[in-house]
Design a protein around this ligand. Structure first.
Ligand code: EZ4
Ligand code: CO
Length: 408
């Protein structure tokens, strides 16, 4: 069996997605997600201009060899564009292998270790009333774990708070705005640090001690600010505090860790296991947040999770709407198979997205399951996708009240 075609599709059914389709000479098709929010065309070009022609004629079963060929062969290693491109090839090849085997992909990864993957959804609201409504809506939808983001008094717009909290309208906070340039948000860390513990106190009083609650700090704190927040949130028993600092500096987490027992999750903007080396070997975090789509695919993520498992660190795969249903399905097959699964992020894709990408995963009693369709279980409707051309969209830029650019 040989690869005969490799095609890259960019479509925008509600938001932009990049999809790689690999076809074999006997007609087996595999899909990979190459979506990098706000930089989509860079990955499409990397694939079209530098990768697809190298795939033609290769044996699609040689997944590890193809991964190493693309990673080492480029000489220029790592980085979000490169690793998203490699991930797309890797996931498409796993899709093909599983289809040839006639098995859902998780069976090739060791089989099911659990009945389903606990998922968390995103509740948000500018004030407590809107936030409580959003939490209730998520509970009614069946969510059994919930991320909490709220407005901060004095700030007009804050990352993670949806314009509308009504599911079906725009309950998902979609940080990328369709326009030719990024929108700008404002930020005040001291106001945020004063406010957030009062929100968690109110949520615990209203919803009780059982419900797993998460919070995303989105890289906005210094290590000592993150330590302070972690300590302040301890009475509310968070499942995790995510991306508390910009963790390119892995050593920063040592300081946070020394001060708080709030569990820490990090890594949605990481793209290799090397970004976690200190964090894992020194046990400075509790959850690995990488996306399959941004961290080199199934092959790299399986190794990363096995490495983390040696240190009792669990998975918490990134699953926002800017991961396509192909990337989400890949995550679910891993979630079901690995031993050290923790939780899976699950924002719902829009109805238009789910018409272009036909999925076979399910959500029952708070648990996601990838389904039993051979391969990943996702079909891509090329004709329908053409009706949704690429539309530029950018993630926001954040500024402190004095105008200084800040992490958002
Ligand atoms: O901001 O995926 O935990 N989830 C997140 C996401 C990210 C977006 C960026 O593209 O932080 O909402
Ligand atoms: Co996040």
């Amino acid at each position: 069996m040989k690869i005969s075609h490799a095609d890259v599709f960019v479509t925008s059914p509600g938001r932009n997605f990049v999809t790689l389709k690999i076809t074999t000479d006997d007609g087996v098709v595999g899909y990979g997600d190459a979506t990098l929010n706000g930089r989509e065309l860079a990955v499409a070009s990397y694939l079209r201009d530098h990768v697809t022609s190298l795939l033609i004629g290769r044996d699609p079963h040689r997944i590890e060899d193809t991964w190493q060929y693309l990673y080492r062969g480029a000489y220029w290693r790592r980085g979000p564009v490169t690793m998203a491109a490699i991930a797309a090839v890797d996931v498409a090849l796993w899709d093909i292998k599983a289809k040839v085997a006639g098995l859902p992909l998780y069976q090739l990864l060791g089989g099911a270790s659990r009945t389903g993957a606990l998922a968390y959804g995103h509740a948000s609201g500018f004030d407590l009333e809107a936030l409580f409504d959003s939490i209730r809506e998520h509970l009614e939808l069946g969510y059994r774990a919930i991320r909490i983001q709220t407005g901060v008094p004095g700030l007009d717009s804050v990352y993670g708070v949806a314009a509308s909290t009504k599911i079906g309208e725009r309950y998902d906070y979609e940080p990328a705005q369709r326009s030719a340039a990024p929108s700008e948000e404002q930020w005040d860390t001291r106001a945020y640090l004063r406010h957030v513990p009062t929100v968690f106190e109110a949520v615990r009083n209203e919803f009780g001690p059982e419900l797993p609650l998460l919070h995303d700090g989105h890289h906005r704190m210094t290590p000592i600010q993150a330590a302070k927040l972690g300590k302040a949130l301890e009475p509310y028993d968070l499942f995790w505090l995510e991306d508390c600092t910009p963790a390119e500096n892995q050593e920063a987490l040592r300081l946070v860790r020394q001060h708080t027992t709030t569990p820490l999750a990090i890594g949605e903007i990481f793209n290799t296991a090397f970004d976690y080396q200190t964090l894992i070997t020194e046990q400075l975090i509790d959850y690995v947040r990488s996306a399959v789509t941004h961290t080199g695919g199934i092959t790299a993520m399986k190794k990363l999770f096995d490495f983390a498992a040696l240190y009792q660190i669990k998975s918490g795969i990134h699953g926002p709407t800017d991961i396509s249903p192909v990337g989400q399905a890949a995550a679910l097959h891993l979630d079901l198979a690995i031993h050290n699964f923790g939780i899976q992020e699950y924002m719902r894709h829009s109805p238009e997205t789910l018409e272009v990408f036909k999925t076979s995963y399910s959500f029952t009693d708070g648990l996601l399951h990838p389904g039993e369709t051979p391969g990943l279980g996702v079909e891509y409707d090329e004709q329908l996708a053409e009706k949704f051309p690429y539309d530029p969209a950018y993630l926001p830029v954040n500024r402190l009240l004095d105008g200084t650019v800040h992490d958002w």
